[in-house]
Design a protein around this ligand. Sequence first.
Ligand SMILES: [Zn+2]
Length: 398
Amino acid sequence: MYPNGPQRSALARAFGCSRVVYNDALRARETARAAGEAFPKTGDLSKLLITEAKKTEERAWLGEVSAVVLQQSLRDLDTAYWNFFDGLKGKRPRMGAPRFKSRKDNRQAVRFTANARWKITMGGDLSLPKIGDVRVKWSRLLPSTPSTVTVIKDAAGRYFCSFVVETEADEALPETEAVVGIDLGLSHFAILSDGTKIDSPRFLRRAEKKLKREQQRLSRKAKGSSNRTKARIKVARAHARVADARREFHHRLSTKLIRENQAVAVEDLSVKGLARTRLAKSVHDAGWSAFLTMLEYKAARYGRTFVRIGRFEPTSQVCSQCGVKDGPKPLGVRVWQCRACAAWLDRDINAALNVAKTAGLAVSACRARVRPGPVPAQREEAGTHRDGQPTVVGIPAL
Ligand SMILES: [Zn+2]
């Protein structure tokens, strides 16, 4: 979204007011809890903190924004509480109690339901109550009339709108024979059991390089200077671009894998054990868990099978050809020969094959075999050109 100056001010007001109502309600509930009183009902809070508060001098400005936005903010607090309570009862993963929102939060958002009478104009603008007709560059067509719109401002100062729409039931993709095991490694983003090695694409590496450059520039600016403020905004923008590029890469790859395979197996990251070591940073940077979440929901949506396997058999210690476990190998060993069946094995592909086999998928194992002979050392920098072997496979746009 591209709001003009007055619209940006109006949106800032809406973000602010919705935050104040949220925090007021949170405070009211926490006070009641500390005093051992009953949990204040949402209806009562709405009357007290919105309707009545508007009549007071201190909170008169709440009247400057759409009341729907404020009610939705209370709704969000309810959701945060129910999630917290359900976590305590063991109905879902445990999470922290609702927290106060801050002006400095990275993400500011307000939600307009149908009651707010917002609409999309003939000219393609988004018409929001008490804000105006905001220019939108549409990233896609809406499949049906939306009921709700959320307006978001991110850390880089960009505005987005996101809609709730009704869709047809998801269609399963036509069945296919192919299945795949995936090993999430450190030498590559992912390695498939068919031997494909996937690195992060060039557009992501470029965004990451730019971010690094902007961070260095920021560190050279004098504290408190206006140049430093400018540099900080540039870093925030570069950060946002890296996050977007990474999400884009994850989406393309997960869609491709789900489209091309009937079943996808991955080693569960919690048993991967890497995150607890000094490799943690690169593990988190690779953003695997976000990627796995995409694979999981896309599999469910398109009628595919997604399997997470626990590591009851160390995937790098077992020969994918004959199944013999021939012991651990140091990380530096990329290729070795199985002592039982004499097959030459590529560490990563062997692991991906074992993931697929452990998940019960019938994969052809021939691709794990490598030609014996000198193996070029793996280079650190993903951006450098690797001689000879086409080990890096780009992901075509879908
Ligand atoms: Zn073997």
